[in-house]
Design a protein around this ligand. Sequence first.
Ligand SMILES: NC(=O)c1ccc[n+]([C@@H]2O[C@H](COP(=O)([O-])OP(=O)(O)OC[C@H]3O[C@@H](n4cnc5c(N)ncnc54)[C@H](OP(=O)(O)O)[C@@H]3O)[C@@H](O)[C@H]2O)c1
Length: 274
Amino acid sequence: MDKILVLAATGKTGRRVTSRLRAQGRRVRGASRSGEVRFDWTDPGTWERTVDGAQAAYVVAPDDPGPVKSFVDLATASGVRRLVLLSGRGLDHAAPDFAQGMAAAEQAVQASGAEWTILRPNQFNQNFDEDLWHAPLRSGRLALPIGETPEPFIDVEDVAATATATLTQDGHAGRLYELSGPESLTFGEAVETMARAAGRPIEYVQLTPEAYRAELLAEGASKETADALNAMFALHRAGHTTEPTDDVRQIIGRPPTTFEDYTVRTAASGTWSL
Ligand SMILES: NC(=O)c1ccc[n+]([C@@H]2O[C@H](COP(=O)([O-])OP(=O)(O)OC[C@H]3O[C@@H](n4cnc5c(N)ncnc54)[C@H](OP(=O)(O)O)[C@@H]3O)[C@@H](O)[C@H]2O)c1
């Protein structure tokens, strides 16, 4: 059976892609700086062993656009015939200095000569319990510069299911999919849903971009991180990513998980308890 390489295998999507592929009995090589196989975008010396013998690869782009093309060239020269890239919804409307790694990765896989599929998801549900918004939620206050713009949040399990399908099934070559959850919610509604499931109050505060930036810097974020997060919210506020799509159902044959189901599942695991 083909060997499949999963980059960012310790991350939110990669570890789920890895376990789904293994559950199907596939041979998988999970790679990242701290993964089973050491792979570092900043250290080309780690690349050859990572791609050796792989026929397909799940690629999560680095922030820095620099190394992507060389890596994709090496992977295809080494025999990788299928590339599935995790990108982000709305990329075509992003500011030129935002998400440059993703843009470079999209170009590199499209020019690779391999079968490529690009997955552009909306904001992940799991940002609320495994990533950026987790600590604010636990403290009982989430403050963001997104206003009333709705977001069709997607569950990372659904991203992983679509990645697994596109890595292992034919019929997805040359396709660019926009992956969303089944419904759009404002961040205020999302927080309300979580507070209900958790059985305790969680405050949602709307900030201006300037106030958000000031809060991030006061919390110790770097200027680059504050700028990148503000650019991401500017992209969402522009309204290009607000509508649910049907792509998850088209790929995996079932509708995506609702936000309500996610919150019930996550609240039951005690994630937001103080
Ligand atoms: N969060 C969202 O809502 C959202 C929505 C759409 C798209 N995305 C995109 O999803 C991507 C992130 O994917 P994710 O959420 O699955 O990952 P993640 O949870 O953010 O984890 C980052 C992964 O990248 C690996 N990594 C970091 N630096 C690396 C380096 N220098 N070399 C090799 N590996 C490195 C980390 O592993 P090690 O630390 O072991 O190296 C880890 O596995 C980003 O491109 C983001 O823009 C996110």
